[in-house]
Ligand binder design. Structure first.
Ligand SMILES: Cc1cc2nc3c(=O)[nH]c(=O)nc-3n(C[C@H](O)[C@H](O)[C@H](O)COP(=O)(O)OP(=O)(O)OC[C@H]3O[C@@H](n4cnc5c(N)ncnc54)[C@H](O)[C@@H]3O)c2cc1C
Length: 457
């Protein structure tokens, strides 16, 4: 816990000056929820938790930390799954955790541009509800929507269930306001779609995982709501069949909104956690969940006559089928601490790599449960492993090396965080990593912003 009493006392005084005493938490019993991650795999000590309510308060906090040479960990909803939102257990400089959850401004939707500006601490669910009231929808959605903040989703360039239709978070961001480690405010929220005036700083901040600055507000691009949709859960013999069905069961002119996958292990756990019955006539190694915008009387799905399939057209039916997929993380977590590996693969090799992964993991006798679910259309699978001790990452490394051999990415959508820091060389070149480090040094010369995230040192 706090190490140097004198600097800490003066820092705490400066933080109280910046945000008020009730928003500086120094009693460890008060800030437990901020120092342990969602999956309970990562935790570490913090000097304090600070909760600023405006961009200028964020700037004051960062100036105080910079003057005291104390690292800062930006934190939104703390639903990140790679340990980037909580302190490291072995950091030699205990950090301040800066919670963005009081940055909750919600601007009016601009009906001409289809854009809205929101504070970084607004939850994804609140953004959806806010823009829906104005007749719009937001393109990124994920199961942690009522805890994850919009700032966190931008900082991780989150993907989610509708990437195939709308793209990742970066594709929704038209402007960002952020504060750098020295308190400098960068604000670019004008919302111009065409603006080729130099480097695209919002794009750089998107996916920076708190290592370049604190994002305080975001200008988002919105979409018109998709309209009526149909959901189908289809039993498949394996990934090859799931990919084949995904590519040929969407009728011409019909838009695919989501194509997700769940394996038998994940389905059994979801059945247990939801209390719902197995939804198909038979058991299958892989279940494919498709959602399409039907836009007419037909369901929009073709060629499923021979398949074991459950179809949901009414909202309640669609919701029931989605529950099996949406509650996968929660279902695996009922087993205890899970090694979660979020990876992506080129679609043509996904089936063969998935087969090899099973063998790779089987070589670790301490593994008790192995399951896979994910966003099939994006080539993004989440590998869930239970058994090895939380700090034993031998099986994690073996999985990531296998993914790299197939030309995949070791982080599809969750980011690098602390979990994969130091493993970047598996899929980025030394020249790329050197260029990233140069940006980090230029923006954060004291190395105060989320040290140990993305880069291990
Ligand atoms: C049940 C469940 C389902 C999920 N499903 C998906 C999914 O489908 N797709 C997906 O991509 N992710 C998913 N996630 C992971 C997680 O929800 C996302 O990574 C999300 O973007 C994190 O948002 P957060 O506000 O919780 O950020 P946090 O966990 O608080 O932080 C995540 C990272 O962003 C940084 N950060 C947070 N806010 C800011 C800010 N304002 N400025 C600068 N840096 C900041 C932190 O320092 C940290 O490095 C899921 C998680 C859970 C628990």
């Amino acid at each position: 816990m706090p190490q140097a009493a004198e600097p800490t006392a003066s820092l705490v005084a400066a933080l109280i000056e910046a945000v008020g005493a009730e928003h500086v938490l120094t009693d460890s019993s008060l800030h437990d929820q901020y120092v342990v991650d969602w999956a309970r795999r990562f935790e570490g000590p913090a000097l304090a938790v600070v909760r600023p309510a405006s961009t200028s308060e964020v700037a004051d906090v960062l100036r105080a930390c910079s003057a005291a040479n104390v690292p800062v960990i930006p934190q939104g909803g703390n639903t990140g799954l790679v340990g980037g939102s909580v302190p490291s257990p072995d950091g030699d400089r205990p950090p301040v955790v800066l919670s963005t959850r009081r940055l909750t401004s919600l601007g009016d939707v601009d009906p001409l541009s289809g854009q809205v500006t929101v504070g970084a601490g607004v939850t994804l669910g609140d953004v959806h509800r806010h823009v829906a009231r104005a007749g719009w929808s937001y393109g990124v959605d994920l199961a942690a929507r009522d805890s994850a903040t919009i700032g966190g989703t931008v900082a991780t360039n989150a993907g989610g269930i509708h990437v195939i239709a709308y793209g990742m978070t970066r594709a929704q961001v038209v402007g960002i306001e952020a504060v750098l480690a020295d308190g400098t405010v960068l604000s670019h929220l004008g919302g111009l779609l065409k603006d080729n005036t130099g480097y695209d700083l919002p794009s750089l901040l998107c996916g920076s995982e708190g290592t370049l600055g604190v994002i305080t507000a975001i200008r988002l691009r919105l979409h018109r709501p998709a309209g009526r949709t149909t959901v189908a859960l289809v039993g498949c013999s394996g990934y090859a069949e799931a990919l084949d069905l995904m590519s040929r069961s969407v009728a011409p002119g019909v838009r695919l909104l989501a194509a997700e996958v769940i394996d038998e292990t994940g389905m059994d756990l979801a059945v247990a956690v939801t209390g719902m019955a197995w939804p198909l006539e038979s058991r299958h190694p892989i279940l494919l969940l498709l959602e399409v915008v039907d836009g007419g009387d037909a369901s929009g799905l073709v060629g499923l006559d021979e398949a074991d399939v459950a179809v949901g057209v009414e909202p309640g039916e669609r919701e029931r089928l989605w529950q099996f997929r949406e509650r996968q993380s929660e279902a695996f977590s009922t087993l205890g601490v899970i090694h979660k590996l979020d990876v992506s693969l080129p679609l043509p090799v996904l089936a063969s790599c998935a087969e090899e992964l099973r063998q790779v993991v089987a070589a670790f006798p301490e593994v008790t449960t192995y399951g896979v679910f994910g966003h099939l259309a994006d080539g993004n699978i989440h590998v869930e492993i239970h058994g090895p001790a939380p700090d034993d990452d031998a099986v994690d490394v073996a999985v990531l090396e296998c993914i790299a051999r197939y030309g995949g990415s070791i982080s599809a959508e969750h980011g690098v965080g602390r979990a994969k820091a130091g493993k970047l060389l598996l899929c980025r070149t030394p020249a790329e990593i050197a260029a990233m480090r140069a940006i980090k040094r230029a923006w954060d010369p004291q190395a105060l912003m989320n040290p140990g995230v993305i880069f291990s040192s």
